[in-house]
Design a protein around this ligand. Structure first.
Ligand SMILES: [Zn+2]
Length: 247
């Protein structure tokens, strides 16, 4: 009799669950609905929202384009807005929290990125932050210092006048604070961002380090990207890029 009462009580509680969501769950639902990038959500929030809706590709809507204009999308950018895509993904940080991520990339790599980040989410590969670089005024240094992972940004390669693959939206930087750009210039070592100097020594162990045989590197390579950590003339450990298909 007692068991029956407990069962009835439990089923009653379950039935009333949708209207009795705690405030934290409502907050998670709202973060997912409005896709507040960098917000933390729970596995239960994700389950209610639907995991597939958390990994999606969309056009650049007016609100997103307004965020980008004059920042990552500069006046001289020759790439039409219709060639770019807004990608939503989930990622897990080093503390194991589920976070909302967003990226702008070229339409030709959008499917790759959704597949790559879905896999990295499934294996709990740690990525600290993923918001549009426009939140840092498209300042690569500020975005890297915040350890922000990003893709499209109309800009030149560091210390050169050539356009970066980020200008096409076919390059992605992952956990940049711990995976710096390293180059010898005139007998001295240039590290970008300079705050990443402690992470130039790749024999050391630290969180968010990208390595040749880790899931991040493996997934990008499997999708036809090259890794800046494999380059000989310089190292760009955060950087993955893919060539556009011939037209
Ligand atoms: Zn890069």
């Amino acid at each position: 009799m007692k068991t029956l009462r407990i069962l009835l009580l439990a089923s009653g509680l379950l039935a009333s669950l949708p209207i009795a969501l705690p405030a934290a769950a409502q907050e998670g639902d709202e973060a997912l609905r409005s896709w507040r990038a960098s917000a933390v959500v729970t596995a239960a929030d994700v389950e209610r929202f639907g995991i597939d809706a958390c990994f999606s590709i969309g056009e650049i809507d007016d609100a997103t384009f307004a965020r980008m204009q004059g920042r990552s999308y500069k006046a001289e950018c020759p790439l039409p807005r219709s060639d770019l895509r807004y990608v939503k993904v989930l990622h897990v940080d080093a503390e194991g929290r589920i976070r909302l991520g967003e990226l702008v990339c070229h339409r030709c790599v959008a499917r790759d990125l959704v597949e790559i980040f879905r896999r990295l989410y499934d294996v709990r590969y740690p990525i600290e932050r993923m918001v549009l670089i426009d939140d840092y005024d498209a300042d690569d240094g500020a975005s890297m210092r915040a350890d922000n992972s990003s893709a499209f940004n109309f800009r030149y390669i560091q210390h050169s006048r050539s356009l970066s693959k980020h200008s096409l939206g076919t390059a992605v930087d992952i956990n940049p604070l711990y995976n710096p750009y390293v180059r010898r210039v005139g007998g001295r070592t240039v590290v970008d961002p300079p705050e990443a100097a402690p992470y130039v020594d790749r024999t050391r162990d630290f969180p968010y380090k990208i390595e040749r045989d880790d899931p991040c590197c493996r997934e990008f390579l499997r999708h036809g990207f090259t890794w800046g950590g494999d380059w000989k003339s310089l190292k760009d450990y955060q950087h993955f890029e893919k060539a556009l298909p011939d037209r």
